[in-house]
Design a protein around this ligand. Structure first.
Ligand code: NAP
Length: 506
């Protein structure tokens, strides 16, 4: 790899606005699993690249989310790069600090930090047809020019705080779960957690003993499956480290166990009844109060919203310090939260565990393709679609990792990311091999891929399970999840089919 594109010279950034654009062959956005994995693939392929990272460290989701109890709900032997195994994970479902350390370790091992421009928030990009290159601009005015633009930003990084009336009048502390304010001491305070999704069910049991009073504002109860997550004993970690094949076999077992759940979600939603039984048992064993059990029991099919896992959530909910509030939030006041029944509860600290801008996350970067076509306008008009969830018709050399319809409700997204990285690497190689400058999927290929995908999704539990979820856009179309088994996605992206692309720019 040539050094022209390396960021050595600016890995410690200067505050002065650069006058000359930085030129490179590939520009990667983000340093989570996607961005780092892509960088490693490009290194191997000897393609020059620069990585733009909005924050001041690598790690993506696992850098940002530092709330108490933050952990992964997919076992780490599967939720890690296949080419960079870690046999000695301390828990089966790792806690955030260990996953963050893992990603920092990967970045260091492959020497990736020198390619990263930290504190570089991408705001807009446009395609220059004469040059066959993307011009990309960051919030502080820096310009980058690259033949290939690869977003590893994902869709779960823009915190969503609902627009509650009176929020600006509230005089206590408040923050989003993904922006935990560690300067605020919650010890002995009255704390409100808004939301009962994946983040909330982890943080509620982690803070309940510390606070004086915990109000949990639940709009829709989640299905929560039992999951013991004690630290793995030293001998098991030694076996994974020293006995050949044990770690790989474990990974394989985890993969297929999760695929069985995926089969239920995508092909046979009726099978998910088993999940409802397990979820009800999980409630019964921790919650004795019948009325509270009723409040906590979902009325939609398990899997319709993300299935959650915890052995401790219901214990935290049944704690005498905790109150589950199911009345709609009417407004915030200076001292607390008022619900629709007219009751006001005083609160010192509010945690918004209210999720992320997902189906509209694409609106946060302004991308203009050939002829100035605005991708945000197109996706607003036609719905968010990409070819194989990665490339976009008539948008040359533009790739999304964990793009439209490639999230998962049942298995490790790192598996999907690796499939996509390989596909993007093949696309770049195909351009070089053809002696051209660019490629973009044909409309017909993209339309056919999405026709089949949405036919599958229409039969899935996400469409038929009787819930509303953040997987759906404002028209009720699932724009977030892959509609089949993950091995089917692997097959669909294993080889880039040149016939599905238009090549341009000699
Ligand atoms: P989430 O699953 O979107 O949950 C948001 C919660 O806030 C829901 O309970 C939602 O209620 C509630 N809510 C939203 N707007 C509200 C309003 N106006 N009033 C009252 N309640 C409101 O968000 P999350 O928990 O941060 O998780 C997001 C995703 O991040 C997960 O699904 C998962 O993919 C990922 N995640 C993963 C892990 C992991 O272990 N790997 C951990 C955390 C997060 P409704 O259900 O009624 O909409």
């Amino acid at each position: 790899m040539t050094v022209a594109a390396q960021a050595d010279d600016t890995s410690v950034r200067s505050d002065s606005v650069r006058s000359e654009p930085v030129r490179t062959r590939a520009l990667i956005i983000g340093t989570g699993f996607s961005g780092l994995g892509m960088a490693i693939a490009l290194q191997k392929q000897d393609v020059d690249f620069v990585i733009l990272e909005k924050a001041n460290d690598v790690g993506g989701t696992w850098r940002d989310n530092t709330y108490p109890g933050c952990a992964c709900d997919i076992p780490s032997h599967m939720y890690s790069f296949s080419f960079e195994p870690k046999p000695d994970w301390r828990h089966m479902w790792s806690l955030q600090p260990e996953i963050f350390d893992y990603l920092k370790g990967v970045a260091d091992k492959y020497g990736l930090r020198r390619y990263v421009r930290f504190d570089s928030h991408v705001e807009r990009a446009h395609w220059d047809e004469d040059e066959s290159a993307w011009h990309v601009f960051t919030a502080d005015g820096d310009e980058y020019v690259a033949q290939f633009l690869i977003s590893g930003a994902g869709a779960l990084h823009i915190p969503l705080v609902p627009e509650f009336a009176g929020l600006d009048e509230f005089e206590g502390e408040s923050f989003h779960s993904a922006q935990w304010n560690h300067d605020v001491d919650i010890t002995g305070r009255r704390v409100a957690v808004i939301g009962t999704g994946a983040s909330a069910i982890q943080l509620v049991p982690a803070i309940v003993d510390q606070v004086a009073e915990l109000q949990v504002y639940q709009r829709t109860p989640p299905w929560v499956m039992p999951r013991p997550n004690n630290a793995l004993p030293e001998w098991i970690r030694r076996v994974f480290t020293e006995v050949p094949g044990t770690r790989a076999l474990t990974r394989l077992g985890i993969y297929w166990a999760h695929e069985v759940v995926g089969f239920g979600m995508t092909k046979q939603p009726a099978l998910l009844r088993v999940g409802s039984w397990l979820g009800k048992w999980n409630i019964r064993r921790s919650v004795k109060d019948r009325e509270l059990r009723r409040k906590l029991t979902p009325d939609y099919r398990a899997g319709c919203k993300r299935i959650l896992n915890s052995d401790t959530y219901y214990g935290g909910i049944a704690n005498p310090k905790t109150e589950v509030v199911t009345d709609r939030i009417d407004r915030f006041t200076a001292n607390g939260i008022k619900t629709a029944d007219g009751r006001e509860r005083p609160v010192d600290v509010v945690v918004f565990a209210t999720g992320f801008h997902v189906t509209d996350s694409y609106t946060y970067v302004d991308i203009k393709g050939p002829g100035g076509e605005d991708l945000v306008d197109r996706w607003n008009r036609e719905g968010v679609e990409a070819h194989r969830g990665i490339a976009v018709a008539d948008m040359p050399n533009l790739f999304f990792l964990l793009g439209p319809n490639t999230g998962l409700g049942h298995n490790s997204v790192v598996f999907m990311i690796e499939a996509q990285i390989r596909y993007v690497a093949q696309a770049i190689a195909a351009v070089d091999k053809a002696g051209v400058k660019a490629l973009a999927p044909k409309r017909s290929a993209q339309d056919e891929f999405n026709r089949q995908l949405h036919a599958d999704l229409d039969r899935s539990v996400w469409s038929t399970g009787g819930c509303s979820s953040w997987y759906m856009d404002s028209h009720g179309r699932n724009r977030t999840l892959w509609g089949g088994m993950t091995w089917q996605y692997w097959l669909a992206t294993r080889r880039l089919r040149r016939s599905e692309f238009t090549f341009s720019g000699r």
